[in-house]
Structures are given as structure tokens and as C-alpha cells.
Design a protein around this ligand. Structure first.
Ligand SMILES: [Zn+2]
Length: 447
């Protein structure tokens, strides 16, 4: 890899120094909110915590969380950007939609400063993936829906100094592959299952093997997958490329976690912009940043003008995969995000994340296609019965009933053995389910 090791020197600074910077910026941000945010003035007053007594990062703990439902109510009460808007409208230069899994989208306003922060965090991610200034980059996330995979990704590519090719998943696999054949991007950005879909369609649509299209970096995000070894290996094999994962959370930015060359988890790239806490979602207690700890990510923006957030509960669950210096030189801890509380099902008291089920089923490829659906034939998220899972068997098994039955038993055993819940697996023919396209695949179907 050429050029400096990091996009920004702060990525290699001792983590204790970074925490000190976070602390200074937290105090400045709280002072800003006390002056400019009606929402947080009220919220802090209601909680009985005197913001003036907050001197250290740890002092944040008694402060109340900010829940998505509160932001939604705030947006409805004071459109378009809610009572939590802390900058005058004439300084807002961009509005993004948040693709919330439930209900209507939430809207986030950005000032010029906020744009800079989003771009800087995101550029550190793409740089960690090996994308360099001048690299032609195919934009294959959805660009037309107002979500962060669109314009914010374009802005990040430009901020990095790479060459943006803003085609977007919405244009369809055919168009993306034709442009890829014509301009030969070095990097491709998209969701993991769309990256697989593109590679599988290349021979039919542009008469070329995806490996011959010249893409050497596939940056994936937007849904779990890039961190699942079988999915990553499939993408790398299909494209003959290096596949690394990034992630963010719409409300705080576009991307601020990214894997380096070790591919053992995503480094934080929000050093001076976001303070990240890990909490136990049940007790709400703050958890230590030690390897192997799992918890829900909670974010506090440290440098936000328009739509600030304090202790924002994401419902994203992560495991800490590394702390301390990495061989890449980055000092930020690494995490793997393995699911959302919103998607989580509780089967006879056992927490089940759909992405974990997919992880295990894709381990059986090519005997399965990797495509599956979890059938929620119960209201809400909790069931006392075995969980129905429909799994597509691979094309080679068609007509071999005994092999399909053996596979069904193996998949059931492995799910039970590794995830500790009771599955009721049913095998269905290949192509029963819609493949990943522009839309994220909904693994749960309600019946
Ligand atoms: Zn690293």
C-alpha cells in the first residue's frame, strides 16, 4: 500500500491522548447544547443532572439516554428537524433521511461543519480499506433514497481524493456492471449481498467473469455480512479482490468503523468526533472496553452543530474484538457488529440474531445457496415454539431427497449446537426467495 499509513495522524495517536481529546470536546459540546439546544436543555433539566458538573468522560454515565422514539416525537412536533436542531436553519446545507427499520424516516440536518465531520470519519474508513486518492471507485450503494449510502458516500469519496463513479444500486446490476466494464474501477462500494449478486450476474450481463473487471477492493457495509467469514471469502473469490467491512449509524454519520488489513474487526474512525459507550441493554450499565465484551453501542456526538445527540441508543449489538495497538498502527479499539435488538428474536428465552443464523447457513454452501428466511408466525419477537427457518438447498441437490433431508438435519444440528435455540428447518428449492438487490434483504418474514 502506498502513501502514509493513515488518512489522519490521529488514527495512530496513543489512545489515552485520543480519550483526552474526546473529553475536551465533550465539555465544549455540552456547553454548546446548553446554549443552543432546547431539546437537551429540557432533557438535562428533567434528569436533575447539572451539566456543569460533568468534567470527565465517565461523568456522562448518569445522563439519560436519547431514544429513537424521542427523536421521532421531536421531529413530529417541530418539523423538519425537530426540537433537537441546535443550529439555525440558514446554516443547514444538507438534510439526510435515516432509514429506520420501523415507521417513517427520521431526518438529520448538516451544517458545513457537520458535513466536514462526516466526510473526515468516512474517508478514514475508505483509506483503511486501502482506497487511495486517485482510485476510481464504483458507488454501488443506493444513491437515490436520501439515505447515507447515497450523497454522503459520494462526499466521502471526494473528500478522500478518490474518483467517484456515482451510479448507485438503484440503477440496477446491468448498468453498474456495464459501467464497471467500461471505466474499470479499482474499488467497489456496496452491501455485501449486492456485491455477490453483481459478481454472479457479470457473466450473463457483460459476458465477463467479475475477476476480470479489475476491482481489487470491495468495501461493504449497510448490513451484516462483510464480517461473516464465509460471506467475505465468497466476495473475495468472486471478485478476486480484498473485501473489508465498514459501518456507521445514520444518526451520527455515514461510516465511522472500518476494518484494516488484519480484517479482525472494525477500528473506530470517529476519534475526535464521537464518544462511544458500550452498555448492557438490559441493565443499561456501562461496560468496559475489553476484548470479548458484548453490548449495545451508545453514541455521543462531540462535534455536532445541527442534530446533536447525547448517549444515543443505537440498538446495534457489538463485540469488542481488539483493544490496544494493532499491527496496522491504528490505536482505536475494534468491534464486530452482529445484529440489532430490533431484529432480535427470543426463542424460548434464547436471543437469536438473524445475521447469526445466516452466518451458519452460509457455511453449508454450495449445498445451500446461503439464502434463507426466518418465519415469524407469532406476534412481536418472542416465541415458545421452535423457530421456523426455510433454507434454499443448492442446485446440485435437486432431485436428491435423501441428501436434502441429510442437509436439513445437519443445518438443524449446527444451529442448535452453536446458537442454543430449537430450529424447525424446512428445505426449499433454489431461487425460492428474492436475492439481494437494491433493497436490503429482510431475513424475517411475518406470516
Ligand atoms: Zn488495524
Amino acid at each position: 500500500m502506498t502513501g502514509p499509513r493513515f488518512f489522519n495522524d490521529i488514527e495512530g495517536a496513543p489512545w489515552t491522548d485520543v480519550l483526552r481529546i474526546k473529553q475536551e470536546k465533550l465539555l465544549a459540546q455540552l456547553a454548546y447544547l446548553a446554549k443552543h439546544s432546547v431539546f437537551y436543555q429540557r432533557k438535562l433539566a428533567d434528569s436533575g443532572v447539572d451539566p456543569a458538573r460533568i468534567k470527565r468522560l465517565e461523568d456522562l454515565e448518569p445522563l439519560p439516554f436519547t431514544e429513537k422514539t424521542e427523536l421521532r416525537a421531536s421531529l413530529e412536533a417541530a418539523p423538519p428537524l425537530g426540537h433537537h436542531r441546535a443550529a439555525p436553519m440558514n446554516r443547514v446545507v444538507q438534510i439526510q433521511a435515516s432509514s429506520g427499520t420501523t415507521g417513517s424516516p427520521a431526518y438529520i440536518g448538516l451544517t458545513r461543519r457537520d458535513q466536514y465531520v462526516w466526510q473526515e470519519m468516512g474517508a478514514r474508513c475508505l483509506y483503511a480499506h486501502g482506497i487511495r486518492p486517485g482510485d476510481v471507485t464504483m458507488h454501488a450503494f443506493s444513491v437515490s433514497r436520501g439515505f447515507v449510502g447515497g450523497l454522503p458516500i459520494s462526499q466521502i469519496v471526494l473528500h478522500l481524493g478518490a474518483v467517484e463513479v456515482p451510479i448507485g444500486a438503484d440503477a440496477g446490476a446491468d448498468r453498474i456492471l456495464r459501467v464497471t466494464r467500461d471505466v474499470r474501477p479499482r474499488a467497489l462500494l456496496g452491501t455485501p449481498f449486492f456485491a455477490i449478486h453483481l459478481a454472479e450476474q457479470a457473466p450473463r450481463l457483460v459476458d465477463m467473469d467479475a475477476r476480470d473487471l479489475g476491482v481489487r477492493i470491495v468495501s461493504v457495509g449497510g448490513e451484516p455480512g462483510g464480517g461473516i467469514p464465509t460471506v467475505r471469502e465468497k466476495i473475495e473469490r468472486l471478485w478476486d479482490a480484498d473485501c473489508r467491512e465498514l459501518c456507521g449509524g445514520t444518526d451520527l454519520g455515514c461510516a465511522y468503523w472500518a476494518e484494516c488489513e488484519t480484517k479482525t474487526g472494525m477500528h473506530e474512525t470517529a476519534q475526535e468526533f464521537v464518544y462511544v459507550e458500550l452498555i448492557d441493554p438490559e441493565t443499561r450499565a456501562v461496560l468496559p472496553w475489553t476484548e470479548g465484551t458484548t453490548g449495545e453501542l451508545v453514541y455521543t456526538a462531540l462535534d455536532r452543530e445541527c442534530s446533536p445527540l447525547v448517549r444515543f441508543r443505537t440498538r446495534d449489538h457489538a463485540v469488542v474484538t481488539g483493544t490496544g495497538a494493532c499491527v496496522c498502527g491504528r490505536t482505536a479499539p475494534t468491534i464486530r457488529v452482529f445484529g440489532r435488538t430490533d431484529d432480535m428474536l427470543i426463542v424460548k428465552g434464547i436471543n437469536v440474531f438473524p445475521s447469526a443464523v445466516r452466518h451458519i447457513v452460509s457455511g453449508f454452501e454450495p449445498r445451500t445457496t446461503g439464502n434463507l428466511r426466518i418465519v415469524a408466525d407469532f406476534p412481536g419477537h418472542t416465541t415458545q415454539r421452535p423457530l421456523k427457518i426455510r433454507v434454499e438447498y443448492g442446485p446440485a441437490l435437486a432431485g436428491h431427497g435423501d441428501e436434502i433431508e441429510r442437509l436439513r438435519q445437519e443445518v438443524s444440528q449446527r444451529l442448535r449446537g452453536l446458537l442454543n435455540f430449537a430450529p424447525a428447518v424446512e428445505m426449499v428449492p433454489p431461487d425460492t426467495f428474492e436475492k439481494a438487490g437494491v433493497q436490503k434483504v429482510a431475513l424475517i418474514v411475518r406470516e
